[in-house]
Write a protein that binds this ligand. Structure first.
Ligand code: MLT
Length: 202
C-alpha cells in the first residue's frame, strides 16, 4: 500500500499507524503523530479505494452503509501490509498503536474485530461500528481511546456507545471523550487523546 514511514528517534516507542479519513492521504495526519509522540516511529498509509478520486480504506454503498465484502478484503489487505511493513522497515509488528479518523478509525476498528492482537492500542476519532456479525477476538488489556461528537451528523451517539460496549465485552479498556462539533476532529479531542497516550504508552 502507498505509505510514508518515519523511523522516529526512539525505537522502543510504539509505531503510530496513521489512517486518514475519506479524501485524505498519507500526509493528512502527520501533525497528529507529532503531537501524540514526537519520538515514535510513524507509518502513515493511504487507503487503496477511490471514491470520486477521494482515497478511502474500503468501499461503501452509501454514507454510513459499508460494502462488507470489501471491508473484509481491505481489512485483511491492511493486516498483511502491516506484516510486510514491519519487515521492510524493521519494527516490532506487535507494537503498533493505530490513530484513525472517520473512515480510518473504521478500518482500525475492523482490524480489532478481525484479528487478535492486531494492535497494541488504538485512538479512534469518530468511529462507527464496522460490522455486527463477527465473533470479535479477545481485546484483553488493549487500551482504546474513542473521540466522538454528541452532534455528529454521520454517527448517532447510540452507535458510538454500541461500539464501546462491543469492545468492552472483549475486555478492552475504553476511554471515551465527547465533544460537540459534529464530525470534526477538535483540539480538545486531540489533547485528551495525547493525555490518554501518555498514561498508557510512556
Ligand atoms: C465511512 O464511510 O467510513 C464513514 O462514513 C466515515 C466517512 O465518511 O469516511
Amino acid at each position: 500500500m502507498k505509505h510514508y514511514f518515519q523511523k522516529g528517534t526512539n525505537s522502543s516507542k510504539p509505531v503510530l499507524l496513521l489512517l486518514h479519513g475519506t479524501g485524505g492521504n498519507e500526509h493528512s495526519l502527520l501533525q497528529l503523530a507529532e503531537m501524540i509522540d514526537p519520538e515514535a516511529p510513524v507509518l502513515s498509509v493511504r487507503g487503496n479505494v477511490l471514491e470520486h478520486e477521494m482515497p478511502r480504506f474500503f468501499k461503501r454503498l452509501s454514507e454510513g452503509v459499508f460494502d462488507l465484502e470489501d471491508l473484509e478484503f481491505r481489512t485483511k489487505e491492511l493486516s498483511n501490509f502491516l506484516d510486510e511493513a514491519a519487515k521492510e522497515h524493521d519494527f516490532d509488528r506487535k507494537n503498533i498503536v493505530a490513530v484513525g479518523y472517520s473512515n480510518g478509525a473504521n478500518i482500525a476498528a475492523s482490524l480489532l474485530f478481525y484479528f487478535e492482537k492486531a494492535l497494541q492500542g488504538a485512538i479512534l476519532f469518530h468511529p462507527m461500528v464496522p460490522r455486527r456479525d463477527l465473533n470479535i477476538p479477545s481485546l484483553k488489556n488493549t487500551p482504546i481511546f474513542i473521540g466522538a461528537g454528541t452532534n455528529d451528523p454521520l454517527i448517532r451517539t447510540s452507535e458510538t456507545e454500541e461500539l464501546k460496549t462491543m469492545l468492552e465485552e472483549k475486555e478492552a479498556n475504553v476511554t471515551m471523550f465527547w465533544d460537540h462539533y459534529g464530525h470534526q476532529l477538535t483540539e480538545a479531542e486531540v489533547m485528551n487523546a495525547v493525555k490518554w497516550y501518555r498514561e498508557n504508552f510512556s
